[in-house]
Design a protein around this ligand. Structure first.
Ligand code: PMP
Length: 361
């Protein structure tokens, strides 16, 4: 791509790379082409930049926002908030983000640095209670003049942003660059794996692929143990209500923008599996991904192994399997799970070499 000058950071939202995960595929002994859609390379650092931009631009078109006056209020697990705060910094709207306590300090710091106010809410509050991040946002909106909730849980521009950008980018990359894949390729997106929070990502990408590209593509949704988004509901039964550490995926209600009919199969994942998979993505591919990217990968591996055992055609050689990697590790640097993974390693052979060199006169 030739160098060019962009108008604002919003022009650097999306258009993220699709990267071959050949080393990860080898690590797990997979026969398919495994590819990662790397969303931390978007301007605000996550897949949610796309919907923040789309929701703000749609509200502007509808005349709902006035610079210097409007106060954009949004309940979020952080990344939508960062995208909104970025857009609103550029466009001149105030921002208040309601953020459950479990979400990282890094997200709060980024939000505050972008000029947003942040209100923390109890993680364990039920979604429809007045104390939840949703309930508190609604109270603020009722009381604050010119307050507006763009509402990622109900806003059609959430799935639509992915139907119009994320999905087509994946399709375009696969159809135009099959020759650069390491293994035989069907030339199509055969399997798409994505975690669900609001569900906008998985729903929107599913629609783009099934409507315009490959009706038979298998869409795999990933839902953390303790959440209730997976179908059939019996999948959620064993771990109902347990707390999980991974951020941005899973809920205690079904958001309107998650059309469960657009998802063919669901895999439940644990924190442990997710964080192990983050480590694999970092060590094998040098990708600085966040926790829910690990959930996507571990969900993909579980689904592929199941499919290969069942000899299902979609998982065999020549198939293209795309894993959505929603954000980056810079959001989670201070989290105990990451510090453990990064700092508490077995000493490497190089460590003793370094010690010897430093001790020598
Ligand atoms: N991972 C992370 C880190 C997120 O912030 C989100 C958004 N909540 C998701 C995954 C899931 O995206 P979606 O809301 O589109 O389902």
């Amino acid at each position: 791509m030739s160098p060019k000058i962009l108008n604002t950071a919003l022009d650097a939202v999306g258009n993220t790379p699709l990267i071959r995960l050949d080393r990860v595929a080898k690590h797990y002994g997979l026969k398919c082409n495994l590819l990662g859609k790397v969303e931390y390379m978007s301007a605000g650092g996550s897949v949610k930049d796309r919907i923040a931009k789309a929701m703000v631009e749609a509200a502007e078109k509808e005349g709902k926002l006035t610079p210097g006056k409007s106060v954009v209020i949004e309940p979020t697990s952080g990344n939508t908030g960062i995208g909104l705060a970025m857009a609103c910094a550029i466009k001149g709207y105030s921002v208040i983000i309601t953020l459950p306590n479990k979400m990282s300090l890094e997200k709060e710091a980024a939000l505050r640095a972008l000029g947003a106010e942040v209100v923390r809410t109890p993680t364990e509050a039920a979604w429809d209670s007045p104390e939840s991040h949703i309930g508190v946002a609604q109270k603020l909106q009722r009381e604050i003049p010119h307050g507006i909730i763009l509402d990622q849980y109900r806003n059609v521009n959430n799935p639509l942003a992915h139907e119009l950008t994320t999905g087509p980018e994946i399709i375009e990359a696969i159809t135009s660059t099959a020759a650069t894949l390491s293994k035989p390729s069907s030339g199509k997106v055969d399997v798409l794996v994505a975690g669900a929070g609001t569900g906008g990502t998985v729903t929107g990408i599913s629609r783009a692929i099934k409507k315009t590209h490959n009706q038979d593509c298998v869409i795999v949704g990933v839902d953390p143990k303790g959440s209730i988004l997976a179908v059939p509901d019996s999948l959620n039964e064993a771990d109902r209500g347990i707390q999980y550490v991974v951020e941005g995926i899973g809920y205690d209600f079904i958001p309107d923008v998650l059309y469960q009919g657009d998802v063919d199969e669901w895999i439940k994942t644990s924190d442990e599996e997710s964080f192990q998979a983050v480590q694999v993505l970092m060590k094998c591919e040098g990708l600085l991904v966040g926790g829910s990217s690990g959930s996507s990968l571990s969900g993909a591996i579980e689904w592929l192994k199941k499919s290969e055992r069942g000899k299902r055609v979609s998982a065999t050689e020549g198939r293209n399997v795309v894993v959505l990697l929603p954000d980056g590790i810079r959001n989670y640097m201070s989290k105990p799970w990451f510090l453990k993974l990064a700092m508490e390693k077995e000493p490497s052979p190089m460590a003793s070499v370094i010690a010897k060199v430093l001790q020598s006169k």
